[in-house]
Every structure is written in structure tokens, then in C-alpha cells.
Design a protein around this ligand. Structure first.
Ligand code: SAM
Ligand code: SF4
Ligand code: F3S
Length: 441
């Protein structure tokens, strides 16, 4: 008989997705089981994101629905993660049905609070050093792809960003624990490992000083024959040792997420990004030289305070020059505590919207053109699931993280395996093709 049934709702980035997996592992160890139907849960956890105002609006609308449900059926309600850290007990004041508010570094205490029968709690610890709180087994969302956390927090204080307040200062996980986790994932047959952190390339092993480039080489030797990625790296921390490491780690996918934010040096300065437009473009050239065939993706913010039409055109120009495989683009959203929140949010909403549409239209054309160039080629794909159309159509990702939908007539399921796909067609956001057979990574 389980201690109870739980459901976790997750908002936000990959860090949060992985935190939810780990929390699910800790809850299972405490005797809880995932609920087959959310409305039958004895415990509902909401893992939250604060990066834009919209993320918080979605949270409060979900909490409203959960509070209504709680009037008809009793269950425990926990709000964990970044918004918990930012708003603390104010969440309980606004939604009294919430039982626990636990920040990212406190959420692993949830099983203990439940077992001790503590009815209401707010915990918002932020520590200076790494604290390991892994369950014995992490129930990962995919049996093929795994996230491995190497660091937490951020010291960069980009003027728009709430993450340093939500996640605290940078804390690095000992390299021996990272290596042990990667080894066990490889043993368990995982095909893709992503090293995770807000700023992975500022990593330094707290027990020996090994930099990120060294960790990557170590992990790369353990991950031979599978795909290795890292997320997110900051352009200002991409040193020559790391560029050199790209050449020596065969497991590394030729794909890097390299947030640009703006193509205007003036805006980058007011964002406190620590690089200019020319630094960024120079880095892109060095990376492409070190790793031929490298594909880049990025993040862009439009409508940052003071962004002129000229600044915006400079961003479009960088997109034109770099020709990213994919971008994530956002309208600036003022966040509490950040330096930019003290500045006038002077770009009108209509201008922000127009700029976002223009940027996305430009990128759509670039992506479509780049995808068309792949028609007729064969790509190695890691199959991640059955396509929305159902079998015999499947979907997956190629090395550059493009979505690939493909037909498959083999007798053995391609799920969670590498295979070769001949690309026959494409749209701006995906490739389509025919699975030819299994292949090495
Ligand atoms: N550490 C990573 C980095 O340096 O880019 C990721 C940070 S954040 C979780 C992901 C993206 O959200 C950022 O790259 C940025 O483009 C966007 N973002 C952060 N704060 C924002 C804000 N106040 N308004 C709009 N977009 C924001
Ligand atoms: Fe936020 Fe900047 Fe840190 Fe990324 S590097 S998490 S954008 S403060
Ligand atoms: Fe959001 Fe926190 Fe990630 S604010 S983007 S969940 S680090």
C-alpha cells in the first residue's frame, strides 16, 4: 500500500524538468507512487518558473484550479522551485490552500515534511556550496535521454534575469559525482546525456579545480558511442581550452546552444552580458573552425529597455550572418529585483510584438532554407517517440537537435535507438523522411 499518490506539474527550463524527475525519485523512496489520474492525487506538487511574468500568471491560474479542487477532495499542495523562492509565504497569503512553499534548494525536504506530518511549511534555503540530494534512482522521463546536473545557480546578474535570485550563487557538483552518474547512465543504456546548469562553462570542480573543459574530456571518454551535449554555455566564458576540447571529444554533438540575447553591442552592455556583437561573431567563427558542421541555437530578447530600431536591426543582422538552426525568442518582461526592472520599460507592447513577429519570420525563412539543403541527405536520428500520426510514423532528433519525423517499416521498434533516416521533405521546424535501418551514434 503506497503512502499516497502524487502528481508533479512542471513549468520552466530543463533544470526544472530534471529537478522534478529527482523529486519524483525522492517521493518514490518515501513510499509515494505516481498517480494514474491527477485528480486522484494525495499530493500535488507544482514546480515553478519565474523567468517571465507570464510563467507566474500560468502558475496562479493553475493554483486557482487546484484550490477549487481541494474544496471537494483533500490533498496536499506543494509549490516548489523558482517562484517559491522569489515569493515565499506571499504564495500562501494569496492561495491559502497551498501547504508547502519550498525553494529549489529546499524541495528535497518535501518527503521528510510529509513523513513528519508537518502540515504547513515554507523553506527557502540558499547555500554557498553544493549539497547532493539525489535519490538512489532518478525516474527519468525518457529511457534514452538523460540530464545530469553539474552546477546550480548563476553569478552573472544579466540585468533582465531573475535566475540568480531564484537559484542563488553558482555551486558546482563534485566531478567524481558527475562521472559516477554518467558511468551508471551509460551502463543502463542511455543514448544521449546532457550536462546541465545555468552557466555550465564557468564550472570548476570544488574538490580539485578541474575546469569545464577537463570535465567534458573526462565525461566524453565515459560516453564514447553515445551523444553528449551541454546546456547552457555563456559566450563570455567560452575560453580557448573549451574550444580546444571540442576537437578532442568525439561523443560531443556538433550542436551548441549559445544565447545571444541581442545583436547590438550597446544593448548587450546594458544587459551586462560581458561580450560585444563582434566578440559573439568572432566566437561563432572560432567554434565553427574547431568543429566543422557545428549547428548553433540561441535565445533572443526583443524590446529590452532603450532598444531602438537600429539595435533591433543589428539583432536581425546577426541572425542573418550566423544562420542559427533554431532560436528561442522572447519579449522583454520586467522581473522583480533585477536591475532592468528599475529602468523604464519604454518599448511599447505593440513595438515589442511587431519586432518579435519580424524576428521570427526572418528565422523561419532561414530555417526553412537550411532544412531544404538537407533534403536528399541521410541523417542519424535518435528516435524519441511515435509521431502524432501514430505508427508506422515515428519522431526523433538529429545530432543538431532538429525534429525529424519518419516512416519505419522494420520489424523491430526503432524507439529509443539510433537509426539512419533519408530526408525527403521538410518544413521550417522539422524534417521528414524514411527510416533506413539502425545505425551507430
Ligand atoms: N543561463 C542561460 C543564459 O545565459 O542564457 C539561460 C537563462 S534563462 C533561463 C532562458 C532565457 O530566458 C534567457 O536566455 C533569456 O533569453 C530569457 N529571459 C530571461 N529573463 C527574461 C526576461 N526578463 N524577459 C524576457 N526573456 C527573458
Ligand atoms: Fe540569467 Fe544571465 Fe545567468 Fe543566464 S547567465 S541565468 S540569462 S543571469
Ligand atoms: Fe525558470 Fe527557474 Fe529555469 S526561473 S527558466 S525554472 S531556472
Amino acid at each position: 500500500m503506497p503512502a499516497g499518490l502524487f502528481t508533479i506539474h512542471t513549468f520552466g527550463c530543463q533544470m526544472n524538468e530534471h529537478d522534478s524527475e529527482r523529486l519524483a525519485g525522492l517521493l518514490r523512496e518515501a513510499g509515494y507512487e505516481p498517480s494514474p489520474a491527477p485528480e486522484e492525487s494525495d499530493l500535488v506538487v507544482v514546480n515553478t518558473c519565474s523567468v517571465r511574468a507570464k510563467s507566474e500568471e500560468k502558475l496562479f491560474s493553475l493554483l486557482g484550479r487546484l484550490a477549487f479542487r481541494k474544496k471537494r477532495r483533500a490533498f496536499r499542495l506543494a509549490v516548489v522551485g523558482c517562484t517559491a523562492q522569489i515569493h515565499g509565504e506571499r504564495i500562501m497569503a494569496r492561495v491559502p490552500e497551498v501547504d508547502y512553499v519550498l525553494g529549489p534548494e529546499s524541495e528535497s525536504r518535501l518527503p521528510e515534511l510529509l513523513s513528519r506530518g508537518i502540515g504547513k511549511a515554507v523553506a527557502l534555503e540558499q547555500s554557498a556550496a553544493w549539497r547532493e540530494s539525489e535519490p538512489r534512482t532518478v525516474p527519468r522521463a525518457s529511457p534514452a535521454s538523460a540530464y545530469v546536473t553539474i552546477m546550480e545557480g548563476c553569478d552573472n546578474f544579466c540585468t533582465y534575469c531573475i535566475v540568480p535570485y531564484a537559484r542563488g550563487r553558482e555551486k558546482y557538483r563534485p566531478a567524481r559525482l558527475v562521472r559516477a552518474e554518467v558511468e551508471s547512465l551509460v551502463r543502463d543504456g542511455y543514448k544521449e546525456i546532457t550536462l546541465l546548469g545555468q552557466n555550465v562553462n564557468s564550472y570548476r570542480d570544488p574538490e580539485g579545480g578541474l575546469p569545464f573543459s577537463g570535465l567534458l574530456c573526462d565525461v566524453g571518454s565515459l560516453a564514447a558511442g553515445i551523444w553528449l551535449r551541454f546546456l547552457t554555455s555563456h559566450p563570455k566564458n567560452f575560453g580557448s581550452d573549451l574550444i580546444a576540447a571540442l576537437k578532442t571529444v568525439p561523443a560531443l554533438c556538433r550542436q551548441i546552444h549559445l544565447p545571444l540575447q541581442s545583436g547590438s553591442s550597446r544593448v548587450l552592455k546594458t544587459m551586462n552580458r560581458g561580450y560585444s556583437r563582434d566578440d559573439y561573431l568572432g566566437l561563432v567563427s572560432s567554434l565553427r573552425e574547431a568543429m566543422p558542421g557545428l549547428e548553433l541555437s540561441t535565445d533572443v530578447i526583443v524590446g529590452f529597455p532603450g532598444e531602438t530600431e537600429e539595435d533591433f536591426v543589428a539583432t536581425l543582422d546577426v541572425l542573418d550572418r550566423v544562420r542559427f538552426a533554431n532560436i528561442f525568442s522572447f519579449r522583454f518582461s520586467p522581473r522583480p529585483m533585477t536591475a532592468a526592472a528599475g529602468r523604464e520599460d519604454d518599448v511599447p507592447l505593440s513595438v515589442k510584438k511587431r519586432r518579435l513577429i519580424e524576428l521570427q519570420a526572418l528565422q523561419k525563412g532561414i530555417q526553412h532554407e537550411r532544412n531544404r539543403a538537407l533534403v536528399g541527405t541521410e541523417r542519424t536520428v535518435l528516435c524519441t517517440g511515435v509521431s502524432k500520426k501514430g505508427g508506422p510514423f515515428f519522431c526523433g532528433r538529429d545530432e543538431s537537435h532538429r525534429v525529424v519525423n519518419f516512416s519505419w517499416n522494420g520489424a523491430v521498434s526503432p524507439l529509443h535507438r539510433f537509426l539512419s533516416v533519408r530526408i525527403s521533405d521538410c518544413g521550417p521546424y522539422s524534417l521528414r523522411g524514411e527510416g533506413l535501418g539502425f545505425s551507430p551514434a
